[in-house]
Design a protein around this ligand. Structure first.
Ligand code: G16
Length: 566
């Protein structure tokens, strides 16, 4: 079919700066004339796509199909040699990372606002990933942002839309297009990593006492979850729920935490389910929750790191070359690293900061408090991977102790008894005024420059515990591989008993500002089970009170209570 490259005049839009993970805004903003086109052209201006192969996939949220066609039009006009696209425009974020790596593509464009709600009045997002399969580093996203500020034209080839529902090969102008199955490569990847026969044998032989429930939250992972839990592991249909992806996630907030995944939590408790798990809109986050036992993401990655070399074939074969966490994540994984003599890196919030370490062979397993867990099998965090990792570990632990049922709770308690426990919780204040958030940041910065909080002692009114501030600082990071520097990645208040409170502005919200307060307190194994197995909020009560008081957070944000506690 003949085609013609057209240049369309445009003007820059303000605020097209990618955040923690891509550009996320309300759908209505993306729908403005030229808005999406500008950002897509800016990507191609920043990373010359001529002759390259790029992957396109999204979490199926509202405005994904239209945007796939927009990328085809602009990408073909800018010389993309080939697009590999998930059927119906669908690829979970981890599946897209896998496709980029497996088919040796030069990068990919992911259409997702992750765990943010979807639908015409909610959020959409566009994110560029590089050839290692991971989110573009800041050097690239900054370049994209610079391009958005000076853009004056974008190029298109206007041809009839491609049928995204038909697998196979076609062309769009000068560009080859391949529509692939969204699920099968990913299932194969997990089958190569984990001991599926062991898991299958465990879940089937103990099916009376060990029930499994996976909640797709109407995000992209439904079909992946079904393929793994029902088709591959032979679990009943009732072991997956909310497994049909919907453009508005069924009106829900597809974020797997205790607040938004309450349907899972309620069913686990009601039906006495030993193993419950949920994943988010685009499939990179996860929550593990069994009857009476919530696993914090910080504990989850520590436990996976602790068992992986023994229980999971991928690590049994390849070994573990270092661990890592984001700075606000609790230090639980550090204790595992220390015992096993492994390097443990602490990076800023954002999965993109793990990529260089993985590529350099210095990092195998990592996680973030924000319900992200993963490994060097791909370059994104991976919700379903983490869930299957837990099942693999539980199957293995039960094989080792055939006379008891080792569930999530038992595994946690065994872990604390060896390593002690970092009690951890995060308070989110969503969509607060940007001015209030700035005042909080400024006040903490003043304390940092004047050292005015150091050595002050604060007493919790309800518990009587005393906390003396050791130091307040800003977290800056120098990447050990490419030496790039990322400054001001969170303000940290350290206390002399090792407790810590971190304040950070979220980089993934689409409206106003979201302030996060992360609270952590370590209790050594010697404290004994009564202390170690306490409820999280009870274990942190005194510290939280002191943190709110010294930061004056409630006054600055004019909020008595957080929106979400995890
Ligand atoms: C993204 C990033 C994560 C980060 C999270 C929270 O996750 O990939 O690395 O921890 O945002 O970021 P923030 O605290 O800035 O909101 P996702 O699942 O939204 O892509």
């Amino acid at each position: 079919m003949s085609y013609q490259v057209k240049e369309i005049q445009t003007k820059p839009f303000e605020g097209q700066k990618p955040g923690t993970s891509g550009l996320r805004k309300r759908v209505k903003i993306f729908q403005q004339e030229h808005y999406t086109e500008n950002f897509v052209q800016a990507i191609f201006d920043a990373v010359d796509p001529k002759g390259k192969t790029l992957v396109i996939g999204g979490d199926g949220r509202y405005y994904c199909p239209e945007t796939v066609q927009t990328i085809l039009k602009i990408g073909s006009a800018n010389g993309v040699a080939k697009f590999i696209i998930g059927k119906d425009g669908i690829l979970s974020t981890p599946a897209a990372s896998n496709i980029i790596r497996k088919y040796k593509a030069d990068g990919g464009i992911l259409l997702t606002a992750s765990h943010n709600p979807g639908g015409p009045n909610n959020d959409f997002g566009i994110k560029y990933n590089v050839s290692n399969g991971g989110p573009a580093p800041e050097s690239v996203t900054n370049k994209i942002y610079e391009k958005t500020k000076s853009i004056s034209t974008y190029k298109v080839i206007e041809l009839p839309p491609i049928d995204l529902g038909k697998k196979g090969f076609s062309t769009y102008g000068p560009t080859n297009v391949e529509i692939i199955d969204s699920v099968s490569d990913y299932v194969q990847l997990l089958e190569d990593i984990f001991d599926f026969p062991l898991i299958k044998n465990f879940v089937q032989s103990r099916s009376n006492e060990f029930k499994v429930l996976f909640d797709g939250m109407h995000g992209v992972t439904g079909p992946y979850g079904h393929a793994i839990f029902v088709d591959a592991l032979g679990l009943p249909e009732s072991s997956v729920q909310n497994a049909i992806p919907l453009p508005d996630f069924g009106g829900g907030h597809p974020d797997p935490n205790l607040t938004y995944a309450h349907e899972l939590v309620e069913r686990v408790e009601r039906d006495n389910i030993q193993f419950g798990a949920a994943s988010d809109g685009d499939g990179d986050r996860n929550m593990i929750y069994g009857k009476g036992a919530f696993v914090t993401p910080s504990d989850s990655v520590a436990i996976i790191a602790d068992w992986a070399a023994e229980a999971i074939p991928y690590f049994k074969k390849g070994g573990i070359h270092g661990l890592a966490r984001s700075m606000p994540t609790s230090a639980q994984i550090d204790y595992v690293a220390k015992k096993k003599g492994l390097e443990c890196h602490v990076v800023p919030t954002g999965w993109k900061f793990f990529g260089n370490l993985m590529d350099a062979g210095r990092l195998s397993i990592c996680g973030e408090e924000s319900f992200g867990t993963g490994s060097d099998h791909i370059r994104e965090k991976d919700g379903v991977w983490a869930i299957v990792a837990w099942l693999n570990i539980l199957a293995y632990a039960n094989q080792q102790s055939p006379n008891e049922l080792v569930g999530i709770k038992q595994l946690l308690e065994k872990h604390y008894a060896v390593y002690g426990r970092s009690f951890f919780s995060r308070y989110d204040y969503e969509e607060v005024s940007s001015e209030g958030a700035q005042k909080l940041v400024d006040a903490l910065n003043e304390h940092i420059s004047a050292s005015s909080l150091a050595k002050t002692t604060h007493t919790s009114k309800s518990t009587g515990q005393k906390f003396t501030v050791a130091e307040v600082s800003n977290f800056d990071y120098t990447d050990p591989i490419d030496h790039s520097v990322s400054k001001n990645q969170g303000q940290v208040v350290r206390f002399d008993d090792g407790s810590r409170v971190v304040f950070r502005l979220s980089g993934t919200g689409s409206q106003g500002a979201t302030v996060r307060m992360y609270v952590e307190r370590y209790v050594p194994a010697s404290a004994g089970p009564a202390e170690l197995n306490k409820d999280t909020q009870e274990g942190l009560k005194g510290l939280i009170e002191v943190a709110l008081e010294i930061s004056k957070l409630r006054e600055f944000l004019e909020r008595e209570k957080p929106t979400v506690i995890t």
